[in-house]
Ligand binder design. Structure first.
Ligand SMILES: [Fe+2]
Length: 386
């Protein structure tokens, strides 16, 4: 009897686990759509790339090479947002520290790709930028980003790392008449550490943060509003409960490479539990609080686009009146699955380009540079109406 109960439990969990399995392949909600034509004379172009912080390692280089070539052709009527986790695995160490050179080089690889770009540049932090070195690491990263991009002396803006001074403060910026963006540090909201830079920040508590976030969203009177934050409100990769069969059977490989200790059932339970326990996963109460409040504020204002990194893949999700883009595959790639509202996902390295024909209409192109055939590099495109 005990054997049957255990066996039944095993089968149940295995079915549950397999149902939540993810893939690296391109997946479309409908049959693969015909690609949407981008406007010949764009009103504005916005590039979105996240999790570029592993950029010196092996094959990630072609993403930056391709991006850099595209950016060098752009007019100044454009912008790029780096969506956090700009240095892996931990933020920028002080000079003389054994991790300094590695972190510095990874950041410089991204900054160097912007040398010929004349549009606006914004970097926001992610969780890995805070790790180990905390506030000091963020401040060091801000300094290197500001100094390097100022030395290019060709950019359309002058404050490149947001929020300033290690604050979390959500901030509304007008990219061009009719197109607004709110930038914030979502890791500041999620972390419990009390080394928050309370003296120079507007927000000292999570309540302050939510109040300012709502204020900045309602202050936007432009036709289009983009909200940029490292942690995606919706995602269907690891951080949103999507796991591979390997993750279910060998769960320790998620933490330690090549730790192939088979733990079926335990692995499935572990994966379910981690999505709640870890404040980096979207079933966690703190994570859900940020997500739900954000959605309430956006519902009040009207249809908007939320762009994020964190999950190492590319996803397009439509829920209610809002669009959600995950673009966290700048230098790493992980699988995903289709979930509620999903239009598309792929577990390959790349980035997203948003081409506005006017302030209210844009085409989002999802670009995977590793595709050899130029025509195939845009793996998915969609019209976004604000
Ligand atoms: Fe992250």
């Amino acid at each position: 009897m005990i054997f049957i109960t255990r066996y039944t439990l095993f089968i149940l969990l295995l079915i549950l686990g397999l149902q939540s399995c993810v893939s690296y392949k391109a997946q479309y909600a409908e049959k693969k759509r015909e690609s949407v034509k981008v406007p010949v004379e764009p009103y504005f172009t916005l590039y979105l790339i996240g999790d570029g912080g592993n950029s010196l390692i092996s094959t990630s280089a072609n993403v930056l090479e391709h991006l850099s070539a595209e950016l060098s052709e752009e007019s100044s009527e454009s912008a790029i947002v780096w969506l956090g986790d700009n240095i892996y695995p931990v933020g920028l160490a002080p000079e003389g520290h054994e991790d300094r050179e590695d972190g510095y080089n990874k950041l410089m690889a991204q900054l160097n790709s912007l040398e010929k770009f004349t549009g606006q540049v914004y970097f926001i932090p992610g969780n890995h930028d805070w790790y180990s070195h905390e506030l000091a690491g963020i401040l060091r990263q801000e300094e290197v980003v500001e100094k390097t991009l100022t030395s290019h002396s060709n950019k359309a803006n002058s404050n490149f790392f947001k929020p300033d001074n290690g604050c979390g403060d959500p901030e509304l910026i007008t990219l061009k008449e009719g197109i607004d963006i709110v930038l914030m540090d979502s890791q500041w909201f999620l972390r419990d550490d009390k080394t928050k830079n309370v003296e120079t920040c507007v927000c000292n508590t999570r309540e302050d943060f939510l109040k300012k976030l709502n204020g900045e969203i309602q202050r936007s009177t432009s036709a289009s509003l983009v909200v940029a934050m490292h942690h995606p409100p919706y995602t269907y990769g690891h951080h949103g409960g999507g796991f591979t069969l390997k993750d279910h059977i060998f769960p320790i490989t998620q933490v330690v490479d090549n730790a192939y200790i088979p733990l079926p059932v335990v692995g499935t339970v572990f994966n379910w539990f981690r999505n709640i326990a870890s404040d980096q996963d979207n079933k966690n109460p703190k994570y859900k609080r940020l997500k739900q409040n954000l959605i309430n504020y956006l519902d009040e204002r009207g249809s908007s686009l939320v762009v994020s990194g964190h999950e190492h893949n590319l996803q397009h999700i439509q829920i209610g009146m809002h669009n959600y883009i995950v673009s966290g595959a700048g230098s790493k790639n992980n699988p995903s699955k289709l979930g509620k509202g999903s239009q598309f996902c792929i577990g390959e390295k790349g980035y997203v380009k948003l081409v506005f024909s006017d302030p209210k209409n844009a085409v989002a192109e999802f670009i995977v540079p590793a595709k050899i055939d130029k025509e195939e590099r845009v793996v998915y495109s969609a019209k976004l109406n604000f």
